[in-house]
Design a protein around this ligand. Sequence first.
Ligand code: NAD
Length: 285
Amino acid sequence: MGQATDVFRGGVAVVTGAGSGIGEGLARTAAELGMQVALADVNVERMERVAAEIRATGATAITIPTDVADPAAIDRLAATVHDRLGDVRLLMNNAGIEILGLTWELPTDVWEKAIRINVLGVIHGVRAFVPRMLAAGKPAFIGNLSSIGGLSMMAVQTPYILSKHAVLSFSECLRMEMDLVGAPISVSAVLPGPIATRIFEDAATPKDSTRIEFHRKMMQDMTHGPGSLTGKQAAERILAGIAAKEFFVSTHPEITAQMAKQRAEHLATLSTPTLGEEAKRMLLG
Ligand SMILES: NC(=O)c1ccc[n+]([C@@H]2O[C@H](COP(=O)([O-])OP(=O)(O)OC[C@H]3O[C@@H](n4cnc5c(N)ncnc54)[C@H](O)[C@@H]3O)[C@@H](O)[C@H]2O)c1
Protein backbone atom coordinates (compact mmCIF):
# COMPACT_ATOMS: atom_id res chain seq x y z
CA MET A 1 0.00 0.00 0.00
CA GLY A 2 3.06 2.25 -0.52
CA GLN A 3 1.58 4.71 -3.00
CA ALA A 4 -1.78 4.79 -1.18
CA THR A 5 0.01 5.71 2.07
CA ASP A 6 1.86 8.57 0.34
CA VAL A 7 -1.33 9.84 -1.29
CA PHE A 8 -3.74 9.50 1.62
CA ARG A 9 -1.70 9.90 4.85
CA GLY A 10 -2.88 12.89 6.90
CA GLY A 11 -6.06 13.37 4.85
CA VAL A 12 -9.75 13.06 5.67
CA ALA A 13 -11.80 10.16 4.29
CA VAL A 14 -15.60 9.89 4.14
CA VAL A 15 -17.14 6.46 3.62
CA THR A 16 -20.87 5.90 3.18
CA GLY A 17 -22.18 2.46 4.11
CA ALA A 18 -19.19 2.15 6.47
CA GLY A 19 -20.91 -0.23 8.90
CA SER A 20 -20.43 -3.42 6.90
CA GLY A 21 -18.62 -5.17 4.08
CA ILE A 22 -16.60 -3.12 1.62
CA GLY A 23 -17.41 0.18 3.38
CA GLU A 24 -16.23 -1.22 6.69
CA GLY A 25 -13.04 -2.38 4.95
CA LEU A 26 -12.58 1.03 3.34
CA ALA A 27 -12.95 2.81 6.70
CA ARG A 28 -10.46 0.48 8.40
CA THR A 29 -7.97 0.67 5.53
CA ALA A 30 -8.20 4.47 5.27
CA ALA A 31 -7.42 4.67 9.01
CA GLU A 32 -4.47 2.29 8.57
CA LEU A 33 -3.19 4.56 5.80
CA GLY A 34 -3.10 7.43 8.29
CA MET A 35 -6.38 9.15 7.44
CA GLN A 36 -9.00 10.61 9.75
CA VAL A 37 -12.20 8.79 8.88
CA ALA A 38 -15.84 9.91 8.86
CA LEU A 39 -18.16 6.91 8.83
CA ALA A 40 -21.71 7.35 7.51
CA ASP A 41 -24.34 4.62 7.61
CA VAL A 42 -28.03 4.21 8.18
CA ASN A 43 -27.30 1.37 10.62
CA VAL A 44 -25.89 3.25 13.61
CA GLU A 45 -25.08 0.22 15.75
CA ARG A 46 -22.89 -1.42 13.10
CA MET A 47 -21.15 1.83 12.24
CA GLU A 48 -20.42 2.63 15.91
CA ARG A 49 -18.84 -0.79 16.38
CA VAL A 50 -16.50 -0.28 13.42
CA ALA A 51 -15.62 3.26 14.55
CA ALA A 52 -14.86 2.09 18.12
CA GLU A 53 -12.50 -0.57 16.76
CA ILE A 54 -10.76 2.00 14.56
CA ARG A 55 -10.39 4.41 17.51
CA ALA A 56 -8.91 1.58 19.57
CA THR A 57 -5.98 1.55 17.11
CA GLY A 58 -5.30 5.21 17.92
CA ALA A 59 -6.83 6.60 14.70
CA THR A 60 -9.54 9.27 14.47
CA ALA A 61 -13.00 8.03 13.47
CA ILE A 62 -16.22 10.01 13.72
CA THR A 63 -19.69 8.65 13.01
CA ILE A 64 -22.49 10.55 11.29
CA PRO A 65 -25.79 8.66 10.98
CA THR A 66 -26.80 9.21 7.35
CA ASP A 67 -29.44 7.82 5.02
CA VAL A 68 -27.98 8.41 1.56
CA ALA A 69 -31.51 8.19 0.15
CA ASP A 70 -32.10 11.62 1.74
CA PRO A 71 -30.32 14.49 -0.07
CA ALA A 72 -30.63 16.77 2.99
CA ALA A 73 -28.91 14.13 5.14
CA ILE A 74 -26.00 14.06 2.68
CA ASP A 75 -25.79 17.86 2.83
CA ARG A 76 -25.61 17.61 6.63
CA LEU A 77 -22.94 14.91 6.32
CA ALA A 78 -20.77 17.15 4.11
CA ALA A 79 -21.17 20.17 6.41
CA THR A 80 -20.46 18.13 9.55
CA VAL A 81 -17.35 16.48 8.16
CA HIS A 82 -16.01 19.82 6.96
CA ASP A 83 -16.68 21.49 10.33
CA ARG A 84 -15.24 18.68 12.44
CA LEU A 85 -12.36 17.34 10.34
CA GLY A 86 -11.70 19.91 7.59
CA ASP A 87 -11.17 19.46 3.85
CA VAL A 88 -12.01 16.02 2.45
CA ARG A 89 -9.34 14.20 0.46
CA LEU A 90 -11.23 10.95 -0.20
CA LEU A 91 -14.97 10.50 -0.72
CA MET A 92 -16.20 6.92 -1.09
CA ASN A 93 -19.81 6.80 -2.29
CA ASN A 94 -20.11 3.17 -1.26
CA ALA A 95 -23.56 2.62 0.32
CA GLY A 96 -25.68 0.35 -1.83
CA ILE A 97 -28.35 -2.34 -1.60
CA GLU A 98 -29.36 -5.41 -3.61
CA ILE A 99 -32.91 -6.11 -4.75
CA LEU A 100 -33.99 -9.51 -6.10
CA GLY A 101 -37.16 -10.19 -8.06
CA LEU A 102 -38.91 -9.97 -11.39
CA THR A 103 -39.35 -6.34 -12.41
CA TRP A 104 -43.16 -6.33 -12.37
CA GLU A 105 -43.38 -8.13 -9.02
CA LEU A 106 -41.36 -5.51 -7.14
CA PRO A 107 -43.50 -2.87 -5.43
CA THR A 108 -43.06 0.82 -6.31
CA ASP A 109 -41.43 1.67 -2.98
CA VAL A 110 -38.78 -1.03 -3.48
CA TRP A 111 -37.95 0.24 -6.97
CA GLU A 112 -37.73 3.81 -5.73
CA LYS A 113 -35.61 2.85 -2.73
CA ALA A 114 -33.09 1.10 -4.97
CA ILE A 115 -32.73 4.13 -7.21
CA ARG A 116 -32.66 6.63 -4.33
CA ILE A 117 -29.88 4.76 -2.53
CA ASN A 118 -27.80 3.27 -5.34
CA VAL A 119 -28.04 6.07 -7.91
CA LEU A 120 -29.17 9.31 -6.27
CA GLY A 121 -27.09 8.55 -3.14
CA VAL A 122 -23.94 8.69 -5.28
CA ILE A 123 -25.08 11.76 -7.22
CA HIS A 124 -25.95 13.69 -4.06
CA GLY A 125 -22.63 12.68 -2.48
CA VAL A 126 -20.87 14.39 -5.37
CA ARG A 127 -23.23 17.37 -5.36
CA ALA A 128 -22.75 17.93 -1.61
CA PHE A 129 -18.97 17.40 -1.35
CA VAL A 130 -17.47 18.66 -4.61
CA PRO A 131 -18.07 22.43 -4.12
CA ARG A 132 -16.04 22.33 -0.89
CA MET A 133 -13.36 20.20 -2.55
CA LEU A 134 -13.10 22.71 -5.40
CA ALA A 135 -12.98 25.63 -2.98
CA ALA A 136 -10.15 23.93 -1.07
CA GLY A 137 -8.23 23.60 -4.35
CA LYS A 138 -6.31 20.57 -3.05
CA PRO A 139 -5.92 17.15 -4.67
CA ALA A 140 -8.91 14.97 -3.85
CA PHE A 141 -10.31 11.57 -4.84
CA ILE A 142 -13.84 10.28 -5.38
CA GLY A 143 -14.65 6.56 -5.58
CA ASN A 144 -18.16 5.63 -6.72
CA LEU A 145 -19.23 2.02 -6.17
CA SER A 146 -20.46 0.47 -9.37
CA SER A 147 -19.90 -3.27 -9.81
CA ILE A 148 -18.90 -5.84 -12.41
CA GLY A 149 -22.71 -5.76 -12.72
CA GLY A 150 -22.19 -2.29 -14.22
CA LEU A 151 -20.72 -4.05 -17.27
CA SER A 152 -23.15 -6.94 -17.48
CA MET A 153 -26.83 -7.87 -17.35
CA MET A 154 -28.64 -10.16 -14.94
CA ALA A 155 -32.33 -11.06 -14.88
CA VAL A 156 -34.08 -10.78 -11.49
CA GLN A 157 -31.52 -8.19 -10.31
CA THR A 158 -32.80 -5.44 -12.60
CA PRO A 159 -32.91 -2.50 -10.13
CA TYR A 160 -29.38 -3.30 -8.99
CA ILE A 161 -27.96 -3.79 -12.48
CA LEU A 162 -29.45 -0.61 -13.88
CA SER A 163 -28.24 1.33 -10.84
CA LYS A 164 -24.67 0.08 -11.32
CA HIS A 165 -24.73 0.96 -15.03
CA ALA A 166 -25.97 4.42 -14.00
CA VAL A 167 -23.15 4.86 -11.48
CA LEU A 168 -20.60 3.87 -14.11
CA SER A 169 -21.88 6.31 -16.75
CA PHE A 170 -22.30 9.04 -14.11
CA SER A 171 -18.68 8.53 -13.05
CA GLU A 172 -17.42 8.63 -16.64
CA CYS A 173 -19.15 11.96 -17.25
CA LEU A 174 -17.96 13.28 -13.88
CA ARG A 175 -14.34 12.39 -14.67
CA MET A 176 -14.67 14.35 -17.93
CA GLU A 177 -16.20 17.31 -16.10
CA MET A 178 -13.28 17.44 -13.66
CA ASP A 179 -10.96 17.49 -16.67
CA LEU A 180 -13.10 20.17 -18.32
CA VAL A 181 -12.75 22.57 -15.39
CA GLY A 182 -9.16 21.56 -14.56
CA ALA A 183 -10.13 20.39 -11.06
CA PRO A 184 -7.51 18.47 -9.05
CA ILE A 185 -10.11 15.79 -8.30
CA SER A 186 -9.62 12.23 -9.53
CA VAL A 187 -12.83 10.26 -10.12
CA SER A 188 -12.84 6.46 -10.09
CA ALA A 189 -15.58 3.96 -10.79
CA VAL A 190 -15.11 0.96 -8.51
CA LEU A 191 -16.20 -2.36 -10.04
CA PRO A 192 -15.84 -5.05 -7.38
CA GLY A 193 -16.17 -8.71 -8.21
CA PRO A 194 -17.51 -11.18 -5.61
CA ILE A 195 -16.94 -9.86 -2.08
CA ALA A 196 -18.14 -11.78 0.98
CA THR A 197 -20.51 -9.29 2.63
CA ARG A 198 -24.09 -9.22 3.92
CA ILE A 199 -25.53 -7.56 0.79
CA PHE A 200 -27.48 -10.62 -0.45
CA GLU A 201 -28.59 -11.56 3.07
CA ASP A 202 -30.22 -8.11 3.33
CA ALA A 203 -31.56 -7.99 -0.25
CA ALA A 204 -35.23 -7.03 -0.52
CA THR A 205 -37.52 -9.41 -2.45
CA PRO A 206 -41.19 -9.51 -3.48
CA LYS A 207 -43.63 -11.11 -1.01
CA ASP A 208 -44.07 -14.38 -2.88
CA SER A 209 -40.43 -15.13 -3.37
CA THR A 210 -39.76 -18.89 -3.14
CA ARG A 211 -38.11 -18.79 -6.56
CA ILE A 212 -36.12 -15.73 -5.60
CA GLU A 213 -34.84 -17.35 -2.41
CA PHE A 214 -33.08 -19.87 -4.64
CA HIS A 215 -31.38 -17.02 -6.47
CA ARG A 216 -30.43 -15.33 -3.20
CA LYS A 217 -28.77 -18.54 -2.00
CA MET A 218 -26.90 -18.90 -5.31
CA MET A 219 -25.60 -15.32 -5.12
CA GLN A 220 -24.64 -15.70 -1.46
CA ASP A 221 -22.70 -18.85 -2.29
CA MET A 222 -21.01 -17.05 -5.19
CA THR A 223 -19.99 -13.99 -3.16
CA HIS A 224 -18.69 -16.20 -0.34
CA GLY A 225 -17.18 -18.93 -2.53
CA PRO A 226 -13.76 -19.61 -4.02
CA GLY A 227 -12.14 -16.49 -5.47
CA SER A 228 -14.18 -14.08 -3.36
CA LEU A 229 -12.46 -11.52 -1.16
CA THR A 230 -13.29 -10.12 2.26
CA GLY A 231 -14.42 -6.51 2.49
CA LYS A 232 -11.03 -5.62 3.94
CA GLN A 233 -9.08 -7.30 1.13
CA ALA A 234 -11.30 -5.59 -1.43
CA ALA A 235 -10.79 -2.21 0.25
CA GLU A 236 -7.00 -2.52 0.10
CA ARG A 237 -7.15 -3.20 -3.65
CA ILE A 238 -9.67 -0.41 -4.17
CA LEU A 239 -7.68 2.25 -2.33
CA ALA A 240 -4.50 1.26 -4.19
CA GLY A 241 -6.33 1.76 -7.51
CA ILE A 242 -7.84 5.07 -6.44
CA ALA A 243 -4.46 6.36 -5.22
CA ALA A 244 -3.04 5.48 -8.67
CA LYS A 245 -5.86 7.55 -10.25
CA GLU A 246 -7.19 4.55 -12.19
CA PHE A 247 -10.67 5.17 -13.56
CA PHE A 248 -11.84 1.54 -13.64
CA VAL A 249 -10.88 0.21 -10.22
CA SER A 250 -11.25 -3.53 -9.98
CA THR A 251 -10.91 -6.09 -7.21
CA HIS A 252 -10.85 -8.99 -9.70
CA PRO A 253 -9.13 -7.66 -12.86
CA GLU A 254 -9.60 -10.87 -14.88
CA ILE A 255 -13.36 -10.99 -14.29
CA THR A 256 -13.67 -7.25 -15.03
CA ALA A 257 -11.74 -7.65 -18.29
CA GLN A 258 -13.89 -10.61 -19.34
CA MET A 259 -17.13 -8.74 -18.56
CA ALA A 260 -15.93 -5.66 -20.45
CA LYS A 261 -15.03 -7.76 -23.48
CA GLN A 262 -18.41 -9.54 -23.47
CA ARG A 263 -20.24 -6.21 -23.15
CA ALA A 264 -18.20 -4.64 -25.96
CA GLU A 265 -18.89 -7.62 -28.25
CA HIS A 266 -22.59 -7.56 -27.38
CA LEU A 267 -22.82 -3.87 -28.30
CA ALA A 268 -20.55 -4.10 -31.34
CA THR A 269 -22.74 -6.83 -32.81
CA LEU A 270 -26.02 -5.34 -31.53
CA SER A 271 -26.96 -8.81 -30.32
CA THR A 272 -30.26 -9.55 -28.54
CA PRO A 273 -30.06 -10.06 -24.75
CA THR A 274 -30.67 -13.75 -23.98
CA LEU A 275 -30.10 -16.18 -21.14
CA GLY A 276 -28.70 -19.62 -21.85
CA GLU A 277 -30.84 -22.67 -20.95
CA GLU A 278 -28.60 -23.46 -17.98
CA ALA A 279 -28.87 -19.89 -16.64
CA LYS A 280 -32.67 -20.05 -17.02
CA ARG A 281 -32.80 -23.31 -15.07
CA MET A 282 -30.65 -21.78 -12.33
CA LEU A 283 -32.71 -18.58 -12.14
CA LEU A 284 -36.00 -20.43 -12.00
CA GLY A 285 -34.74 -22.87 -9.38
N1 NAD B 1 -20.47 -7.61 -2.15
C1 NAD B 1 -20.24 -7.66 -3.45
O1 NAD B 1 -19.97 -8.75 -4.01
C2 NAD B 1 -20.29 -6.40 -4.28
C3 NAD B 1 -19.91 -6.51 -5.63
C4 NAD B 1 -19.96 -5.36 -6.43
C5 NAD B 1 -20.34 -4.13 -5.88
N2 NAD B 1 -20.70 -4.06 -4.56
C6 NAD B 1 -21.11 -2.74 -4.06
O2 NAD B 1 -20.33 -2.39 -2.94
C7 NAD B 1 -21.09 -1.52 -2.08
C8 NAD B 1 -21.04 -2.05 -0.67
O3 NAD B 1 -21.70 -3.31 -0.65
P1 NAD B 1 -21.39 -4.46 0.42
O4 NAD B 1 -21.38 -5.71 -0.34
O5 NAD B 1 -20.26 -4.08 1.27
O6 NAD B 1 -22.79 -4.41 1.22
P2 NAD B 1 -23.16 -4.57 2.76
O7 NAD B 1 -24.63 -4.84 2.75
O8 NAD B 1 -22.28 -5.53 3.47
O9 NAD B 1 -22.89 -3.11 3.34
C9 NAD B 1 -23.63 -2.01 2.89
C10 NAD B 1 -23.71 -0.97 3.99
O10 NAD B 1 -24.46 0.14 3.46
C11 NAD B 1 -25.39 0.54 4.45
N3 NAD B 1 -26.54 1.18 3.84
C12 NAD B 1 -27.60 0.58 3.22
N4 NAD B 1 -28.50 1.52 2.86
C13 NAD B 1 -28.00 2.70 3.25
C14 NAD B 1 -28.48 4.03 3.18
N5 NAD B 1 -29.68 4.31 2.65
N6 NAD B 1 -27.71 5.03 3.69
C15 NAD B 1 -26.52 4.75 4.26
N7 NAD B 1 -26.03 3.52 4.38
C16 NAD B 1 -26.75 2.50 3.88
C17 NAD B 1 -25.78 -0.74 5.18
O11 NAD B 1 -26.32 -0.45 6.47
C18 NAD B 1 -24.45 -1.47 5.24
O12 NAD B 1 -23.73 -1.15 6.41
C19 NAD B 1 -22.50 -1.47 -2.67
O13 NAD B 1 -22.65 -0.28 -3.44
C20 NAD B 1 -22.54 -2.69 -3.57
O14 NAD B 1 -23.45 -2.56 -4.61
C21 NAD B 1 -20.68 -5.17 -3.76
